[in-house]
Design a protein around this ligand. Structure first.
Ligand code: NDP
Length: 297
């Protein structure tokens, strides 16, 4: 018989991840804004739970995908919280891009209730989630990883055991810090080249045939920025959070990291200017505005 699964957090990336799970077997979903859970349940044949506790009663496996570890930790508490419903022996997979200390705390709290835990943040964006080819970075002990692997395979193309609890979060944050550096640098470079008389598509064509290329220059900027589409699939606020976690990691490991620290400052400033709903590529807009040149269109 297939596992009974509960999924909490039907946001931009959680929704397509949960949709893959719904196609595999019985699924209960919960979302803070209940209408999203009701709509999801009607579309994919899942059960919409009224509370986190109701979602996880009887579940073998619970997955969460919330903004930060803080929201996951908070969801454990109270009479309608997860700890009130989780059974001993259940498996808890947190797909939030969380922070290592937060995940270790959640792991310890769940262990007291006989529930196994892995941090399992993902990379690949909403397109990768829809296609079921996300990269999943798992922090767990070996036995928990082996239990988690087939579940994560519902939406994962590459599922990697990267270390103990917290290691998935650390790697995910560092990956996104590198992404952030690339976004900022490609934006600055293209805007400057435009002012120097080099057309952005010409510049990208040459860079992408040369050694300065990256996922940002090859895919994100041509598809989302130069087209002017700017689809809002990943919030700048979440990328800024990820870079903050990476900067904390540098400090905790005693590594001098002025580069990532500066990227963190720039993203925090962009978040303050552009707001909580802005897209993660929109810092490029700010560079355009400051320089008085647009690379879009
Ligand atoms: P969204 O902002 O689209 O969705 C956030 C989800 O969390 C919503 O379901 C929201 O509920 C819920 N939520 C927010 N605050 C609370 C709270 N206090 N209590 C309970 N639920 C809450 O985020 P994403 O889906 O984009 O991201 C989720 C996680 O995945 C983040 O950690 C992000 O960094 C990571 N991620 C996202 C990617 C992407 O491309 N979007 C790619 C890779 C990782 P409600 O509907 O009520 O607002």
């Amino acid at each position: 018989m297939s596992d009974r699964i509960a999924f909490l957090g039907l946001g931009a990336i959680g929704t397509p991840m949960a949709a893959h799970l719904a196609r595999r077997g019985p699924l209960a979903v919960w979302n803070r804004t209940a209408a999203r859970a009701v709509e999801f349940a009607a579309r994919y044949g899942a059960l919409a739970a009224a509370t986190p506790r109701e979602a996880v009663v009887g579940a073998d496996v619970v997955l969460t995908c919330l903004p930060t570890s803080r929201e996951v930790d908070a969801l454990l508490d109270g009479p309608d919280g997860l700890l009130a419903g989780l059974r001993r022996g259940a498996l808890f997979l947190d797909c939030t891009s969380g922070d290592p200390a937060g995940s270790r705390r959640i792991h310890a709290r769940l262990a007291d209730h006989g529930v196994a835990f892995a941090d399992a943040p993902v990379s690949g964006g909403t397109n990768g989630a829809e296609a079921g080819i996300l990269t999943v970075m798992v922090g767990a002990d070996a036995a928990t990883f082996e239990r988690a692997r087939p579940i994560l395979g519902a939406f994962g193309g590459r599922i990697e055991h990267v270390g103990p609890v917290g290691a998935g979060d650390a790697l995910k944050a560092m990956n996104n810090a590198l992404l952030a550096v690339n976004i900022l640098a490609v934006g600055e470079g293209l805007v400057s080249l435009a002012k120097a008389g080099v057309e952005p598509r010409t510049a990208l064509g040459v860079i992408n045939a040369s050694s300065g290329r990256s996922f940002v220059s090859e895919v994100l900027v041509p598809e989302r920025v130069l087209t002017g589409l700017w689809p809002r699939t990943f919030r700048l606020a979440l990328l800024a959070k990820d870079v903050g976690i990476a900067v904390d990691l540098l400090e905790q490991t005693g590594v001098d990291g002025p580069m990532l620290a500066r990227a963190g400052e720039l993203l925090a400033a962009a978040r303050a200017t552009l707001g909580e709903k802005a897209d993660y590529l929109e810092p490029i807009r700010l560079t355009e505005t400051r320089a008085g040149v647009e690379i879009r269109g």
